[in-house]
Design a protein around this ligand. Structure first.
Ligand code: NAX
Length: 328
């Protein structure tokens, strides 16, 4: 039998985790033969810790054969101890009257502390996925706060945008999701993200040729994917949770277990590819193998795509500048 992997999850009593933890525990994330130790982090607040105990009671009640051990934490220094995977879901939501800059600052504090804790106690090869918003900038802050860990091991979740784009394209052309390859999303996890099906294929045929409608791309597809989070809130009265959890499962699964040459989208620190300044946490098309991702190289960027990339990059640079004083 395989040795268990330690998976730390923050925001463990929140709504995304209420779906995510059960799918980690049943092997959807790391494999049906991979035991896990769940190290669950919540704010020290009594109510949050009690809610976490309730979630853990339910995980116990599922009698998952893969759960080797499970612990509750109020401090990232114990929650992240020796963890192999860290999924950082907990973040400060935007409250009434809160400016975007206040939100960035509040989260910068959380992700500075959590980055430092990972730096101090996590496995030296920990793979980090940041889900909590603003996801790209939070991941950037955590990475900058963990100078002793490989920067490439810090990533942000663009996979929900990617999956939303896949679903819209499949519906538009009437083809199964499974037939689609080579779709990607550039940039920030925000309405400025730039989903791109120019290279996508369905059973080898060009998706762009099948759609052949730039007005649909610009006026239906991009706004639908970009504003999907708001549409879910409007319909459900709550933000996306199970779909966000599913995207987190996909992201970590594909990162660790490989995509067999297929493309996916991950928010990763730029290596300068496509003119994105080094270090900016940016959604790129990637392939993965042996626990490492590679940015897909050499794609042609046309004027429309470049405009979209510039816009989402400008937003990310603005976020970075808003928190740079906190990064010392
Ligand atoms: P909830 O408010 O239901 O849960 C968040 C939980 O995190 C709460 O239980 C809270 O106590 C905890 N928490 C807050 N600060 C913490 C800290 N410093 N350490 C540990 N735990 C902490 O939110 P939920 O719906 O689960 O969403 C979580 C985050 O995901 C939000 O920031 C949300 O904006 C973000 N999302 C990101 C998505 C993405 O694609 N990257 C999509 C879905 C989602 O909107």
């Amino acid at each position: 039998a395989k040795a268990p992997l330690r998976v730390a999850v923050s925001g463990a009593a929140g709504q995304i985790s209420y779906s995510l933890l059960f799918r980690i525990a049943n092997g959807d994330m790391l494999g049906k033969d991979q035991p896990v130790i769940l190290q669950l982090l919540e704010i020290p607040d009594e109510k949050a810790q009690k809610a976490l105990q309730g979630v853990m009671m339910e995980i116990n009640d599922c009698a998952f054969p893969l759960v080797a051990e499970m612990t509750a934490h109020g401090d990232p220094m114990t929650a992240f101890k020796d963890c192999d995977v860290a999924v950082l879901v907990g973040a400060r939501p935007r409250g009434p009257g809160m400016e975007r800059s206040d939100l960035l600052q509040a989260n910068a504090k959380i992700f500075t502390a959590q980055g430092k804790a990972l730096d101090a106690v996590a496995s030296r090869n920990v793979k980090v996925l940041v889900v909590g918003n603003p996801a790209n900038t939070n991941a950037y802050i955590a990475m900058k706060s963990a100078p002793n860990l490989p920067a490439k091991n810090f990533t942000a979740m663009l996979r929900l945008d990617h999956n939303r784009a896949l679903s819209q394209v499949a519906a538009k052309i009437g083809k199964p999701i499974a037939s689609l390859e080579k779709l990607c999303v550039w940039g920030n996890h925000s309405p400025t993200m730039h989903a791109d099906y120019r290279f996508a294929t369905t059973d080898g045929a060009s998706v762009k040729d099948l759609i052949n409608d730039q007005v649909w791309n610009k006026e239906v597809f991009l706004p639908t994917v970009g504003k999907r989070g708001a549409a879910i809130i409007e319909a459900r009265g709550l933000s996306s949770a199970a779909s966000a959890a599913s995207a987190a499962i996909d992201h970590v699964h594909d990162w660790l277990l490989g995509t067999n040459g297929k493309w996916t989208t991950m928010g990763v620190p730029s290596d300068g590819s496509y003119g994105i300044p080094e270090g900016i946490m940016f959604g790129f098309p990637v392939t993965t193998e042996n626990g490492e991702y590679k940015i897909v190289q050499g794609l042609e960027i046309d004027a429309f795509t470049q405009e979209g990339i510039n816009k989402t990059l400008a937003e990310l640079e603005g976020e970075r500048d808003a928190v740079k004083d906190l990064l010392g």
